[in-house]
Design a protein around this ligand. Structure first.
Ligand code: GLN
Length: 548
């Protein structure tokens, strides 16, 4: 019977790393030769996280098909070979949206539309439709057990076991077992309460993963087992690890994947974990170190740059160096001159200006872009970063002193970036228009687009001399082609353009160790075992600049 389902819930507190646990389990099952898929169900009411501030919700992860999703999906793609789609992430908002649309169409034939069974049925069909014919479908339920808003999801997954039989469904619950210093003891009470909460709604966890800062003793596991009605050999420690890429190995050492396949009645050989050991070895004993200055606005919250941080780590693995990140608050460097910057940032081997929205910090990022350009320090600009590299170039190299993006200056004589008023698909059909009054949700250029590269460029070399690539986008503003000629005359190189449209995707300059801005988000597709070529090339350039 295919697929088998594993539902992962979380208790006690949020941020326990449920997404990482689900992704690690996916990696372990893949290493056993199974075809695995991962899905996230989020209880909040936004239709997708696209409109949420990164301060609220961390990074928005974009899939190839242009869905704006939860950042846990980034872990799923980094840890496994699954390619995620818009069906990989459902929120309550998206589920209700579907049900209400059906109700308005009259699909329910005069019935009273209710949470049970209509919402729960919609949840179940969204899971089954997505899972298709894979071997194992791992479904993570966002939030914490006990939240009012997650109840329909929990009810739906409870029903699942009755729908398709107990051997095909497994419930894993992730909890916290805190160590209380004054008592000198690990405490199991929060876990007991959270499992009680689950059992009250009819879900009996088959496996309990306990986050703890130390190993759980046999006695503690027995105690949890007794109170939670779960076998003692199905209570595992999910201990803290130094690098997230150790998680699959740590769970395997505990025997989690063995237990999962035996409970689900799946026969596989032992997992092949050599690639994971190799990655961890490289992370733990790098030959050198580079320091990258990330000039951003959400610097206090590294969750906002999740994929970016990981991609930089991957670039480091490929170059056998540790990548040390120095977060630079863009607002604090506004107005500083090169001498002061040199003094402050003399230790930085490369600058990275990430994506972002809104005016805050923009001028500081422009300062950083100019500094790195003039001082010939490797510079990598992503999305907004690329846009501001162009603004800086236009202002200081092409003499357009008031150049800006119309996102930040409604009135400027020189909008080098602006809104694309209309968007046509490859066959010439208009697919959407946008202007200042457009809705904020889902109206950006989103998802994978093909891009042609210019021979000989930094990009072309990084991508192993490929002439065409595909990368994911998430932005509203575009390079204004009216300025193309002027900027090119002054030395800006346009080295990547959209395959079908007149859209600029990559810019560079010559006579610089590495200066590249891209309109897309390469960080979304980087994996530890397949680091993204632009991050590999950027870190290589930063490493090389140390020896100069
Ligand atoms: N704010 C810019 C735009 O919408 C850049 C977006 C981004 O960096 N993702 O075009």
């Amino acid at each position: 019977m295919k697929p088998k389902y594993i539902f992962v819930t979380g208790g006690v507190i949020s941020s326990l790393g449920k997404g990482l646990a689900a992704a690690s389990l996916g990696a372990l099952l893949e290493a056993r030769g199974l075809n695995v898929g991962l899905q996230k169900l989020d209880p909040y009411l936004n239709v997708d996280p696209g409109t949420m501030s990164p301060f609220q919700h961390g990074e928005v992860f974009v899939t190839d098909d242009g869905a704006e999703t939860d950042l846990d999906l980034g872990h799923y793609e980094r840890f496994t070979h699954t390619r995620l789609t818009r069906h990989s992430n459902y929120t309550s908002g998206k589920i209700y949206d579907k049900v209400i649309a059906k109700e308005r169409r009259g699909d329910y034939l005069g019935g009273t539309v209710q949470v049970i069974p209509h919402i729960t049925n919609e949840i179940k069909s969204s899971i089954r439709h997505w899972a298709g014919n894979i071997d194992v479908a791992i479904v993570e339920i966002g939030g914490t057990v006990g939240d009012i808003e997650s109840q329909p999801f929990l009810e739906a997954i409870r029903q699942f076991r009755y729908d398709i039989g107990p051997k095909n469904v497994l419930y894993i619950h992730l909890t916290l077992v805190p160590y209380i210093k004054t008592a000198g003891e690990l405490k199991t009470k929060p876990t007991q309460h959270s499992v009680k909460e689950l059992r009250q709604i009819g879900i009996q966890p088959d496996i309990i993963l306990c986050r703890a800062d130390r190993e759980l003793s046999k006695e503690i596991k027995d105690k949890i087992s007794l109170f939670c009605n779960t076998d003692s050999d199905a209570v595992f420690t999910a201990r803290d690890v130094d690098s997230i890429y150790e998680c699959p190995l740590a769970l395997h050492e505990e025997g989690v994947d063995d237990k999962v396949v035996s409970l689900l009645n799946i026969w596989t050989g032992a997992p092949r974990l050599e690639p994971w050991h190799e990655i961890v070895r490289k992370i733990k004993a790098p030959a050198g170190k580079v320091t990258i200055g990330v000039v951003g606005k959400y610097i206090a919250l590294t969750e906002s740059y999740k994929s970016l941080n990981e991609a930089l780590t991957h670039g480091g693995i490929a170059n056998d160096v540790e990548v040390k990140l120095e977060y630079i608050d863009a607002e604090e460097i506004e107005g500083l001159n090169d001498e002061v910057l040199l003094e402050q940032f003399g230790n930085i081997d490369g600058f990275l200006i990430p994506g972002g929205f809104g005016t805050r910090g923009v001028e500081g990022k422009i300062v950083a872009a100019g500094f790195a350009r003039r001082k010939k320090i490797p510079l990598f600009g992503i999305c907004l970063g690329m846009q501001l590299m162009v603004v800086e170039f236009a202002r200081n190299q092409a003499g357009l002193s008031d150049a800006n993006s119309s996102e930040f200056a409604a009135v400027t004589e020189n909008p080098v970036f602006g809104l694309l008023k209309e968007w046509k698909s490859a066959d010439g059909k208009q697919t959407f228009t946008q202007d200042e009054s457009s809705d904020k949700g889902g109206t950006m250029r989103l998802g994978a687009n093909p891009c042609c590269l210019t021979k000989g460029s930094f990009a072309w070399r990084a991508y192993a001399e490929k002439s065409e690539i595909s990368e994911r986008h998430r932005h509203r503003y575009e390079f204004n082609n009216d300025y193309r000629e002027t900027l090119e005359e002054h030395g800006l190189k346009i080295t990547g353009t959209h395959r079908h449209h007149d859209l600029v995707e990559i810019i560079e300059i010559d006579d610089h160790p590495w200066y590249l801005g891209c309109q897309f988000h390469p960080e979304f597709t980087s994996k530890p075992m397949r680091p993204h070529p632009l991050f590999v090339a950027f870190i290589a350039a930063a490493k090389k600049s140390q020896s100069l």
